[in-house]
Design a protein around this ligand. Structure first.
Ligand code: ADP
Ligand code: MN
Ligand code: MN
Ligand code: MN
Length: 354
């Protein structure tokens, strides 16, 4: 027994890209299951989720993890936002994913998400000369040395924190643009990968505070001849992972081709600045898939082609995407039969998306 601090984390109504919010609740612990966690509330008029005259929104805990920063029995709590009557708020994109996941859960979809991000200190990417540019891209990707990578101490602390929180991290690497990094979460089911990705993002921002450094998920943080930041989304179903799965993967690519435009509508704001056809991307106006092709919309990894089974990589989502929406779209399109795609899930594309 003893009083604990629970950091309630939720997603706000900011447009075009929602932001994370959180506040602390203190009560008697320890917490052993999600049902031990009280429902809470907040002032939606300050988060673009309500009008001032009727501003109560509800926080419904859906996932919790040990708090690696505060330690002890303290926890981080991911919440869905509900209206005062307990129905899902229109910004609650997780509620949609719950439904689509339930419908197709027998197909055992797994996701692994590569989260790219860029550190900034003031107005400059971390390590860049004030008002100027570093040497052109080339040596920085997976680099080592004080002249090549910037912010490794933050990256290490973040990775350690995510692991202490029990998140299913699968790795980190320095990216092509100096000051840019990536971490990966998964493979996990759609709800888990999304909840864990949001918690990992929260930890990245929170740990950045201690260094006076902020991480941005903007898909094109520096204009010009510099790589953008994406959130490649790796996907498989049980049938794809079993012998003969390559055929199922190719069918999935054909379904994704049909729904390209619809998916692009929810794959993150300002993504057109990143998907130019240069810098290891396919143009936003085209759809292509191919083995080992980092200039395609969908890449089939070499090992998958060789084994005849495995997974596909959707390279289109931008770093600032909402994993609840991206996972909803992919499950609906790929797990549905070829005429029942994401187009038939009208509820999926909430107002938030436009
Ligand atoms: P890349 O070569 O594109 O940089 P990464 O190693 O960064 O790839 O990320 C690959 C991601 O794919 C990891 O998150 C990993 O967990 C995930 N992954 C591996 N196998 C599967 C699978 N069968 N289904 C879904 N995701 C997978
Ligand atoms: Mn990667
Ligand atoms: Mn990358
Ligand atoms: Mn990738």
């Amino acid at each position: 027994m003893g009083r604990i601090k629970a950091e309630y984390i939720w997603i706000d109504g900011h447009k075009p890209t929602a932001k994370l919010r959180s506040k602390t609740k203190i009560f008697d612990g320890p917490v052993n299951s999600i049902s031990d966690l009280p429902i809470w509330g907040f002032d939606g008029s300050s988060t673009m989720q309500a009008d001032g005259n009727d501003s109560d929104c509800e926080l419904m805990p859906v996932y919790f993890a040990p708090d690696p920063i505060r330690g002890g029995d303290n926890i981080l709590v991911m919440c869905e936002v509900n209206n005062a009557d307990g129905t899902p708020h229109k910004t609650n994109t997780r509620a949609q994913l719950r439904k689509v996941h339930e419908k197709y859960k027998d197909q055992e979809a797994w996701f692994g998400i590569e989260q790219e991000y860029t550190f900034f200190q003031g107005r400059n990417p971390l390590g860049w000369p004030e008002g100027g540019y570093p040497a052109p891209q080339g040596p920085f990707y997976c680099g080592v040395g004080a002249d090549e990578v910037y912010g490794r101490e933050i990256v290490e602390e973040h990775m350690e924190a995510c692991m202490k929180a029990g998140l299913m991290m699968s790795g980190i690497n320095a990216e092509v643009m100096p000051g840019q990094w990536e971490f990966q979460v998964g493979p996990l089911g759609p709800l888990d990968v999304s909840d864990e990705l949001w918690i990992a993002r929260w930890l990245l921002y929170r740990i950045g505070e201690d260094f006076g450094v902020n991480a941005t998920l903007h898909p094109k943080p520096v204009k010009g001849d510099w790589n953008g930041a994406g959130a490649h989304t790796n996907f498989s179903t049980r049938a794809m992972r079993e012998d003969g799965g390559i055929k199922v993967i190719e069918d999935a690519c054909e379904k994704l081709k049909k729904t390209h435009k619809r998916h692009m509508g929810i794959y993150g704001a300002h993504n057109e600045e990143r998907l130019t056809g240069l810098h290891e991307t396919c143009s936003i106006h085209e759809f292509r898939y191919g083995v080992s092709d980092r200039g395609a919309s969908i890449r089939i990894p070499m090992a998958t082609a060789n084994d005849g089974k495995g997974y596909l990589e959707d390279r289109r989502p931008s770093a600032n995407m909402d994993p609840y929406q991206v996972c909803t779209a992919m499950v609906a399109t790929i797990c549905g039969d070829s005429d029942s795609t994401v187009e038939d899930e009208p509820e999926m594309v909430s107002e938030l998306v436009s």
